[in-house]
Design a protein around this ligand. Structure first.
Ligand SMILES: [Zn+2]
Length: 463
């Protein structure tokens, strides 16, 4: 109760700081000014120093917004060190006419739930404020050593994604809290334990030198678009499940969305069924998904009556957290190369790959986090996975291979991340601060009683 009261006292200042931070359009994408990004950086450095972080450094990498690195030494030699992660850059606001209030003017939410609407207010500025709240709750002297890493170019990507393994000492820790996500839904405390991997593949078909009159040539001259569509149609079976051999698919044993909840989140049009079979967790997190994300073919508006000579599609494959990225990509490439619709061969080009991730959940940091989330929300934590990747997680896990990796935070799936009208709820932010503060306390207590060398950061599976 003492901790909760302390956090309640801090909430006014924390919300004011969040508002200040969210007013800064810190968009680290090409074509956007760099000054606001630096302004957000400077404000955060000031806030961290004010919260009692004695050492705050600036890490400059090529073509990368400055990374903030801060350290609070462990209070005793045997106390564990926790690395806190967040990012201060935000997505561009997109079409501003779709926003109910200007994206960089934090605006109170209408309705019963108190909160704020602004770009980046949830992703990820809410979580930086949660870290700050934890530090303030302990007057800058938490019961664990702290390393805090706040990057400024997460949304666009940067050289920092691959940097941590080259500087392992800096990132060495016993546990890390990657706070760039949050709860399955408001009020449901959630630990995200797995991330699907992702890769891209481009498939092309050339059948004619150029378009030919469909009346004179159609019927014998092969239509490149039809060839491509026949190939794409083999990627799924009649139920909508992925039909490519060798892509891992397993039961998901954690929590997931209800079907109604998912339909609403995805904005599925009335009367349209969901695709695939099995639980939603399996379809979304521990099974593969293939999406056609781009298609080059003549547009309907300017369509000529001609046989299409060339067509191209870009596919995005999401795969099981444990499957090797190259292996998964090869399965899709081989599947496509084996096809000859109407006897025509396809040109298949593998693109980028990003590995998946799955956390080991049996260690002392997980035990502490479960207790902390229960303390904050009053119910047991749910385990979920996510389809979206956080590239830095793998880099950090490589740099600190023995560390437990925890993913939780103040966002939730109703926050409109990367979409118009992004928002955060004060109740979720408050509970996240309580959870972070309770986590370091529980972890410090439990750590003393545990054999440190018995902790494993990777390898153990729960899904
Ligand atoms: Zn984010």
């Amino acid at each position: 109760m003492k901790l909760e009261a302390a956090v309640d006292d801090l909430m006014g200042t924390l919300c004011a700081d969040l508002e200040r931070l969210a007013r800064i359009p810190s968009i680290a994408f090409p074509g956007f000014p760099a000054e606001p990004v630096l302004e957000a950086h400077d404000l955060l450095v000031e806030l961290l120093r004010g919260a009692g972080v004695p050492t705050v450094e600036r890490l400059d990498l090529p073509d990368t917004s400055p990374v903030i690195y801060g350290e609070i030494p462990p209070p005793t030699p045997d106390a564990p060190t926790v690395l806190l992660y967040g990012h201060y850059d935000v997505q561009p606001p997109g079409d501003e006419s779709l926003w109910e209030s200007p994206p960089f003017e934090p605006t109170p939410l209408e309705g019963t739930e108190a909160g704020l609407r602004a770009r980046g207010i949830a992703d990820d500025k809410s979580n930086i404020i949660a870290h700050l709240g934890m530090l303030r709750a302990y007057g800058g002297r938490p019961p664990v050593g702290i390393k805090i890493v706040v990057e400024g170019q997460e949304e666009y990507g940067s050289a920092f994604d691959d940097y941590p393994p080259s500087d392992p000492e800096r990132f060495a820790c016993d546990a890390m809290v990657i706070a760039d996500l949050g709860n399955l839904r408001p009020g449901t405390p959630t630990l995200t334990t797995a991330l699907r991997g992702a890769c891209e593949v481009v498939v092309e078909v050339r059948t004619l030198d150029e378009p030919r009159h469909s009346g004179e040539f159609g019927g014998a001259a092969p239509d490149a678009l039809l060839v491509l569509l026949k190939a794409l149609a083999t990627l799924h079976d009649v139920h909508g499940d992925v039909a490519v051999e060798g892509l891992r698919r397993e039961d998901w044993s954690g929590t997931s969305y209800t079907e109604d909840e998912f339909r609403e989140l995805a904005g599925v049009v009335d009367g349209v069924p969901l695709v695939g079979s099995g639980s939603l967790g399996e379809r979304l997190w521990t099974g593969p998904a293939i999406t056609v994300i781009g298609l080059d073919a003549p547009g309907v508006e300017h369509a000529a009556s001609a046989v299409v000579p060339y067509a191209r599609a870009k596919l995005n494959l999401r795969f099981h957290p444990h499957q090797d990225a190259k292996e998964a990509q090869n399965r899709l490439v081989e599947h496509l190369r084996s096809l000859t619709p109407f006897g025509v061969h396809l040109t298949v080009t593998p693109g980028d790959t990003g590995p998946g991730y799955e956390a080991a959940t049996g260690g002392p940091a997980y035990r502490a986090a479960r207790a902390a989330l229960k303390e904050a929300w009053g119910k047991d934590a749910s385990f979920v996975a996510t389809g979206g990747s956080i590239p830095l997680v793998n880099g950090l896990a490589k740099a600190a291979p023995g560390a437990e990796v925890l993913l939780f935070g103040a966002q939730n799936s109703m926050c409109n991340l990367h979409a118009p009208n992004e928002r955060v709820l004060f109740s979720e932010l408050r509970n996240t601060v309580v959870a972070m503060a309770a986590f370091v306390r529980e972890y410090a207590d439990g750590f003393a009683a545990t054999d440190v060398t018995a902790q494993g950061g990777t390898g153990e599976s729960r899904a």
